[in-house]
Unconditional design. Structure first.
Length: 160
């Protein structure tokens, strides 16, 4: 199963200057819980936004740079090669950025989305979800609190 996992604002904003524009600790916990032990596919800029590789996950990095290498990571030059490099019987998670989401939404079986209930200025956006092709099967709303500056909703969509 190929799953896109993302946090996106009401206007589909993902981030600005290769950074998230909000801080939601429970979203980070959910991301860790869902992706731990699995292959995660990402673009080079997304990988470079991390201080170090994420623990307990196999990183597959997509880049056009021919000589790009990262110890302990798989480096490829297309979304197709990234998917091919993952075991066929494993769940695979695509974690961004915007260009990678746009290229991979056609391959995906599922979307795990944290919808941040606000709009943000951004330079990276999640693709529009076409509800003719995707069905919402789970939704869990959360209100802002002392640790979360915005209301947000965990949503799970499956391809129909």
């Amino acid at each position: 199963m190929i799953t896109l996992i993302a946090a996106a604002a009401e206007n589909n904003a993902l981030g600005k200057d290769n950074q998230l524009v909000w801080h939601l600790p429970d979203d980070f916990k959910r991301f860790k819980q869902i992706t731990s032990g699995h292959y995660i596919i990402m673009g080079r800029k997304t990988f470079e936004s991390f201080p170090k590789p994420l623990p307990n996950r196999t990183h597959v990095i997509i880049t056009r740079q021919k000589d790009y290498e990262v110890e302990g990571c798989i480096v490829v030059n297309s979304i197709e090669k990234a998917i091919e490099s993952c075991p066929k019987n494993e769940d695979v998670f695509i974690i961004g950025g915007a260009e990678i989401y746009n290229q991979s939404i056609y391959f995906a079986d599922k979307i795990e989305l944290t919808r941040v209930h606000s709009g943000f200025e951004a330079d990276a956006y999640f693709p529009e979800i076409n509800f003719n092709h995707w069905k919402l099967i789970f939704e869990e709303k959360h209100l802002q609190d002392e640790k979360h500056n915005f209301d947000y909703t965990f949503q799970t969509f499956v391809k129909v």
